[in-house]
Write a protein that binds this ligand. Structure first.
Ligand SMILES: Nc1ncnc2c1ncn2[C@@H]1O[C@H](COP(=O)(O)OP(=O)(O)OP(=O)(O)O)[C@@H](O)[C@H]1O
Ligand SMILES: [Zn+2]
Length: 572
């Protein structure tokens, strides 16, 4: 048994997440966590809402709520949706937690003590009418790169270029629209990433097994232009973690907060502490996951995220941890994803384009989405969601292959032998071959899962389901029964046991269907198969079962057309 720490990129608080967010971080992380738990490993699976920064303040301003209330409400909304999708976090924390305040201030203090913080007096845009500075998204204007007229102070959504507020042409306040702006002096802290460049580069170079997508993005930032740049880690805002040096005040930094990208990854650690708090456990219980001097030496730490988050996880967060000079656990593997696109365009939260988690659950059960998203995960390149593809994949894989197998076996057994596993008969050559094929496929499935090759894992699992259907088709117990009822009983007993085995193997992908299958088989036996032949003996003669309701209903052409229409516009 090994120990695995798994974190998913933190979903930002300013709205309900779309299917792209889900497949780019939380869902594959859940798949991996569920798989490792099923294999008997000790897993700590952490996620949290990312609650600081200007978009949260602006979203709260739009609903008229105080930002703290807005975040608390949206956290509950997101936590419920995560539950609805079966995301099995050990803790779903909040980056605004007290734990994160203290840890973020702790890291800033350590970095300062180690000479890795620079205090810089610089000019920032100040709105005279609003009486405040306008960092990041508080300022809008025309993009100097593409001419888009709603570019924001941190980034142009149209061409994705990263911007500084001072880059914008014809800038205006996002709060009041005022153009009565001036440049004012203000003091900020910069993390001296440049001083850690060589150490981080050597660390990245040692990660020879990481996806190219991950290392290529890291190397670009390390090497392009003048190399890794120092990064401003504070802002003139009210909402956020107050700038402190450990637990001491930081002269000259009164009324300022840490930049969201400084505190968000620290929340991975803080959320693990929140987990200990929530369970009334001592600090040692979370520290053994994070401190290599307190037990985390044998932890394997894997992070999941979309490609736009890679720079912060390969450079900035490691700079924080390494720069602290304390023995914090660094990530062992970063699984990064390309983008899921929606029907020929981008998913977009701000533009309300695509299908969002709440809408998805309104129309279909979570497993339908989990299956499609995971079996089409954007691993080697971007992948596209189309309703046509979704319908085909759900109908073929889930309804025709897995669902059909379960239905045929249970219904046939009920009609000929009753709802009890029948005895009699012995394996022949067909059964021996099936077991050999299943054994080989199982090994391939496990290998893909261990390497986090999500699409290939889905393909292997599907192949395992197909083996059952092919067996059933050729064994044809409904014909065998007429001449050799004992043999038909053996075939059906094997089929019923396969249903239990399929539930166990499919649970990381389809946790809800797996539960229904186990309930129908009236068993709690979720043991991962060591030996396939043995696993197929789990339900003995005389064991009761029930015929389950339809596991997966097919998506009709009318439904597809209806949804295609309904989700073609923009969410209001
Ligand atoms: N279309 C997408 N496909 C795959 N992953 C995505 C996609 N869009 C965002 N992600 C990832 O989702 C995770 C959560 O992102 P976050 O909540 O910060 O939203 P975001 O990146 O601002 O997306 P959006 O701009 O659409 O709101 C991040 O790891 C991000 O990289
Ligand atoms: Zn632009």
């Amino acid at each position: 048994m090994a120990r695995h720490l798994i974190t998913s990129a933190l979903p930002y608080i300013n709205g309900i997440k779309h299917l792209g967010n889900l497949v780019g971080s939380q869902l594959p992380a859940d798949l991996y966590a569920r798989y490792l738990r099923a294999r008997g490993h000790e897993v700590m699976f952490i996620c949290a809402t990312d609650e600081h920064g200007t978009p949260a303040e602006l979203a709260a301003a739009r609903t008229g709520e105080p930002v703290a209330e807005y975040c608390a409400r949206m956290h509950r909304v997101q936590a419920d949706l995560a539950d609805g999708f079966g995301l099995s976090f050990d803790l779903y924390g909040r980056s605004s937690s007290d734990r994160n305040h203290r840890l973020t201030q702790h890291f800033a203090g350590r970095l300062a003590d180690n000479g890795l913080i620079r205090e810089v007096t610089e000019k920032q845009v100040y709105s005279i009418d609003d009486g405040r500075f306008l960092p990041d998204r508080y300022i809008e204007g025309t993009c100097p790169n593409c001419g888009y007229d709603k570019a924001r102070g941190d980034q142009c959504e149209n061409c994705t270029k990263q911007l500084d507020p001072t880059d914008l042409i014809a800038p205006r306040s996002a709060i009041s629209g005022s153009t009565n702006l001036e440049m004012r002096e203000t003091k900020h802290l910069y993390l001296r990433q440049s001083a850690l460049r060589d150490q981080i580069a050597a660390w990245i170079d040692s990660k020879t097994d990481w996806p190219i997508l991950t290392t290529s993005i890291a190397r670009k930032w390390l090497n392009d232009g003048d190399g890794l740049q120092d990064r401003g880690i504070t802002r003139d805002l009210n909402w956020g973690i107050p700038v402190k040096r450990g637990d001491r005040d930081w002269p000259g930094m009164e009324g300022k907060v840490f930049y969201v990208w400084f505190d968000a990854p620290i929340e991975y650690i803080a959320a693990t502490a929140e987990w200990a708090d929530a369970h009334g456990r001592p600090d040692a219980d979370w520290r053994r996951w994070w401190r290599t001097d307190e037990g985390a030496d044998d932890v394997t730490y894997t992070q999941f995220m979309g490609k736009d988050n890679v720079p912060f996880h390969t450079l900035s967060f490691p700079a924080t941890l390494i720069g602290s000079g304390e023995p914090w656990k660094l990530v062992d593997y970063i699984k990064s994803f390309n983008y899921l696109t929606y029907d020929g365009g981008q998913f977009s939260t701000s533009q309300g384009r695509g299908v969002f988690m709440d809408q998805a659950l309104e129309i279909l059960p979570a497993d339908y989405w989990r299956w499609w998203l995971l079996s089409h995960a954007p691993e080697s390149g971007d992948s596209e969601f189309t309703w046509d593809n979704f319908q085909q994949s759900v109908n073929k894989d889930l309804a025709d292959v897995l669902g059909n197998f379960v239905s045929r076996v249970t219904k046939f057994c009920r009609s000929k032998f009753g709802e009890t596993v029948p005895g009699g008969g012995e394996y022949g050559a067909d059964e021996e071959r099936l077991i050999a094929d299943l054994t080989a496929r199982l090994r391939a499935y496990q290998d893909c899962m261990a390497r986090m090759e999500i699409r290939k894992s889905a393909a292997e699992l599907r192949a395992i389901w197909v083996l059952g259907n092919e067996y059933l088709q050729s064994a044809a117990p409904w014909s065998t029964f007429k001449t050799d009822p004992e043999r038909a009983a053996m075939q059906v007993r094997l089929g019923l046991n396969l249903i239990r085995l399929y539930a166990v193997l499919s649970a990381p992908f389809l946790p809800f269907a797996a539960r229904s299958m186990l309930q129908a088989m009236r068993t709690e036996n979720r043991a991962w198969p060591g030996d396939v032949a043995q696993a197929l003996q789990a339900l003995p003669e005389g064991h009761d079962f029930t015929v389950p309701d339809v596991l997966f209903a097919k998506i009709t052409d009318d439904q597809r057309a209806d949804w295609e229409q309904r989700f073609s516009g923009i969410r209001s």
